[in-house]
Design a protein around this ligand. Structure first.
Ligand SMILES: [Zn+2]
Length: 379
């Protein structure tokens, strides 16, 4: 028997559809909307009034309308009707960001505080997060939740860190935050956050392998516009696949992982990235030689991943902004040399989100969830 759609569901769908249309088009008139969403004028009028009264949309002046020859009232969504927070925890710093419903930054803070898996650290950080949220122009009840990354693999439900050897945070539970923060919290693996922000910035992106080239190597698989979580929460952890038998010891304890070959740490140690590239772009320097070796190694990783997944390969992370056209050409040549068949040269892409990508990305699931069902919290 076909499922009946109840009048209540139709009403809800119309409301959601009108909201989505305003969200997508940013600034629209009632006349253009009625035409585009194919709903009757009275239905649109009633929904606009209700959405405005609930605070989700607002009148924002007038604009020309396609449908009538005079100025019409323009509507936009209230972009900070709900907001979300991302907290990226690193060895020496914690980075905080608050974003609106468009994923745009409202405010950001960086705290220099060395990470320690201790109660005192979590309490101090939670105090900073609470202060940060209190300092925002938006009232606290607009905060949907806080995404937290701890440079480790999160359980599929985001309640614990299942593997966190970089910071020594394996088995940390989200309770250490939730007991001091009056908001929903969840852990998100940092490269997954980066991939989520990439998806947000790239509406045309459907499938890709995302490689995060930062101090450590990481990655994510994007399929059908979703970041694939994996059965056990460790999808696309190619940083621990073996690149060099009996190579350098990785932080995971094994030898010769890709992290020991393609991470920024492997490339430049503790050298500052700008000074490294200033030298690497000068002929006959040790840095220039190291960069050439690095590009060949990275080509090997990209080539392998591309044999596994014939999709775009996105280079993200801190290093992404430093690649030039010649580097990319060299990598394609190298990949072709090692590929059993003709490889195209159209699949390596540089990230569109060079800054704050992880911190924003780990906040975005809360925003996405809200936009998918604006009335979920009303029950
Ligand atoms: Zn490893």
């Amino acid at each position: 028997m076909p499922q009946r759609i109840t009048p209540g569901q139709i009403k809800k769908n119309n409301r959601q559809q009108i909201y989505n249309y305003i969200y997508d088009n940013e600034r629209v008139s009632q006349q253009d909307m009625a035409y585009a969403v194919r709903l009757s004028r009275p239905t649109v009028t009633a929904n606009l009034a209700a959405l405005e009264e609930d605070g989700l949309i607002a009148k924002v002046g007038t604009q020309d309308s396609d449908q009538i020859g005079r100025k019409a009232i323009a509507y936009s969504i209230v972009s900070d009707f709900r907001i979300a927070v991302g907290v990226e925890i690193l060895r020496k710093q914690a980075k905080l960001i608050a974003v609106d419903l468009y994923g745009k930054k409202i405010d950001r803070r960086v705290e220099n505080m060395p990470y320690a898996n201790e109660t005192a650290y979590y309490e101090a950080l939670c105090e900073i997060i609470n202060e940060f949220i209190d300092s925002l122009p938006q009232p606290n009840d607009r905060v949907l939740g806080i995404g937290i990354s701890l440079q480790g693999l999160a359980s599929p439900d985001g309640r614990s860190i299942v593997y966190g050897k970089i910071l020594g945070c394996t088995d940390v539970r989200i309770d250490v935050f939730e007991k001091s923060l009056p908001y929903p919290c969840r852990f998100i693996h940092d490269p997954k956050g980066a991939a989520l922000s990439e998806l947000w910035a790239s509406p045309e992106l459907t499938d890709a392998v995302y490689i995060s080239l930062s101090r450590h190597l990481g990655g994510a698989l994007i399929s059908h516009r979703q970041v694939m979580p994996g059965k056990h929460g460790h999808n696309a952890v190619f940083e621990h696949m073996q690149a060099v038998p009996n190579g350098t010891v990785c932080y995971c304890g094994q030898r010769g992982c890709w992290d020991t070959v393609c991470s920024m740490r492997a490339l430049m140690g503790n050298q500052d990235v700008d000074s490294f590239f200033a030298a690497a772009r000068t002929d006959h320097t040790p840095e220039a030689a190291r960069w050439q070796v690095y590009l060949k190694n990275l080509s090997r990783l990209i080539g392998n991943l591309h044999l596994m997944h014939d999709v775009d390969i996105i280079l993200g992370g801190h290093l992404a902004a430093y690649f030039n056209d010649a580097d990319i050409r060299l990598m394609y040549d190298e990949i072709r040399r090692n590929c059993p068949f003709d490889e195209a040269d159209d699949f390596i892409r540089i990230s569109k989100m060079p800054s704050h990508n992880i911190t924003i990305g780990i906040a975005l699931p809360y925003i996405r969830h809200f936009l998918d069902d604006i009335d979920a919290e009303r029950g």
